[in-house]
Write a protein that binds this ligand. Sequence first.
Ligand code: PKZ
Length: 255
Amino acid sequence: MLGHIARRLGSNGLKGISPQQLLPKETHRHLQSSLDTIRPISTVSLWPFSSQPRDFSQPNSSWSPEMQKVYDHYYALCDTDTENGEGKKRPWRKLPSYNRSIKYATGGIHLSKLIQAKARLFTRNVKEQGATFEYVVFVNKEEKRCVCVFQAGRLLEGAPGHVHGGAIATMIDTVTGTLAGFLSGPIMTANLNIDYRSPMPLDSVVLIHSALDRIERRKTYITSKVTSTDESKLYTEATALFVSISVGHLFGSRN
Ligand SMILES: CCCCCCCCCCCCCCCC(=O)SCCNC(=O)CCNC(=O)[C@H](O)C(C)(C)COP(=O)(O)OP(=O)(O)OC[C@H]1O[C@@H](n2cnc3c(N)ncnc32)[C@H](O)[C@@H]1OP(=O)(O)O
């Protein structure tokens, strides 16, 4: 990890200076322990004094013990980073989640200015933690599937005491869309079919399992089901179709 920071420092024009030389011992130790909890993100600089996007899918105080327990379970199955930067290969990966959809992708800052500089991702635009969508997506690239741990906050009410169907659809779109995008690159939702099987109480923690069904030309088909964390209760089933787009599609041009 420190080697990684040193490389980043190098790319910031401070070649040859180690983090230990730059930072007081206490700060360095604190930084190291913080970095140990962060998965490497290729588009994010680890230079401590530059602005970094906030990953909204980190544990916070609004999480119930159940949410934390499921998160810990999947997190333990994820790739790890080691001192020499080689890491341990494991099947799962936790995806970071930002409140601006494209800004932090390569070149995305320019795109986000062109499209709408003040735009914020729908599921990450409420500041109060735990009030709306608390979720983390873990993806398994080999098995072409993902699992989202979702805690539905009190501002998502539809039927009294229960989660709004539109909020559930939003999460299914988000998770299936994340998997489709992960597997196929830029996509947009063309079709989403949802069967609501049982009402979901507010503050529930549920799993949104999504898997690749098939890819045909520009079409990526994903299946999804929402269950309780022990998978004994089925809340929702869905199928989704995503169509690959070019960036120009977002500006109104055809592929
Ligand atoms: C850029 C992304 C950045 C992501 C950054 C990360 C962000 C963090 C993650 C958040 C993840 C959130 C994911 C949410 C994603 C949305 O919510 S997107 C918003 C909702 N969707 C829309 O607004 C889409 C509106 N519709 C469209 O723009 C266009 O109709 C589409 C879907 C792009 C397709 O148009 P097109 O490119 O002209 O394609 P077209 O030639 O008509 O059809 C291609 C094929 O698809 C089939 N098809 C098209 N539509 C349909 C349909 N409705 N039913 C069945 N088949 C269809 C066609 O029949 C054709 O089939 P084949 O001939 O190949 O067999």
